[in-house]
Design a protein around this ligand. Sequence first.
Ligand code: PEP
Ligand code: CO
Length: 448
Amino acid sequence: MTAAPWSPQSWKEHPAAQQPVWPDDDALEQVQKTLSTLPPLVFAGEARRLTRALADVSGGRAFLLQAGDCAESFADFSADSIRDKLKVILQMAVVLTYGAGVPVVKVGRIAGQFAKPRTSATEMVGDMELETFRGHMVNDDAPDAASRVPDPDRLIAAYHQSASTLNLLRAFTKGGFADLSQVHLWNQQFVASSDEGRRYEQIAGEIDRALHFMSACGIDLISEESLHQVDFFTSHEALILGYEESLTRQDSITGEFYDCSAHMVWVGERTRQRDGAHLEFLSGIRNPIGCKLGPTASADDVLALCERLNPERIPGRLTLITRMGAGAVADALPPLLAAVRDAGHPVVWACDPMHGNTFASDGGRKTRRFDDILAELRGFFIAHQQAGTWPGGVHVELTGDDVTECLGGFGDILEDQLHLRYTTTCDPRLNARQAIDLSFRVAELLRG
Ligand code: PEP
Ligand code: CO
């Protein structure tokens, strides 16, 4: 069988799972036309830089930290919330770099993470059956029928919110905020007074002393760029293919196509069908890409994925993000690691310890136990140690706010406290304290 040539539109020849039913095709077409004339959000050269950084991860020389919201919100959009999310990710990266002695590649689930795959097309709210919320790029989460109608103008709004978010991230990470001399300032007040905040302060103090020591030895720290800026990359699930297609551009230097909506995009557990539209789209863009793998993924599926998405076996091109669940990881992960290792595919293996561990609490809120998250991470590290492969990274859902969405952790959030500050528009996220605690545990696993 000879496959039809790839183009940014060729996904349309394949069945596309999880696409909204837009009420007006002409309106959608107009929106896509507009999007395709707007400036790219990222540049091909930046995406190539991330591929090179991830090549180091696939070779066991670096670690990937991919983190951010489950779903970004049009409603919760402010400089403070972006800054606070960035702070936590920078803190986690410091803990990992200092604690485990490996460079950390920092990738946010941010500046474009606006679309959600859903298990059912409708949900019951009281006695009303409503279309499910599919992310602010598609519809609104308010529980009434009108809010749930997909509106293509939301694609444009998502583009603009992504652009302003990215602009601020670039300013923060290149303009002094991420300077290593600022490590103390990243510790937020409500975190600083906690056990994990004090542990972090200790590392920050040691970094300060190391910097003073080097400076006293006559080393010119001012001209050392890597102490003053960080590379921070963006990523999201490439779910709504019309949006991703419209932001795909041909690179003038190489002639290759890049999805310029983010540096990295991934395909989810519900859209990774072998002959599906999502794999078709991802196979032709040259960005670094990811694929989620749940407990039903077979070794055959994964090898087929590797061949389809990275036939040239480019290191850093493909990240496999496993999300097996704490109970399944010990059985489900080893056969996949062995198959990919034996086939010689140079992948990044990352652990998403969130999505296999979600359940509804007694009050009906979706939540996750911090202990289950740690248990899956431990299972991930053990499986890699046994397979002789590199546990390359973690992929987590978090926020910089003091939310009560996941159970347990040092603050020991209980089921009857979930309602106190439960603000996520989709899945439950780690709060800043839980996230920093998690980074200490991961650093220990990496060392150990
Ligand atoms: C997600 O990352 O928010 C998500 C929906 O994950 P998965 O595809 O692994 O279920
Ligand atoms: Co999620």
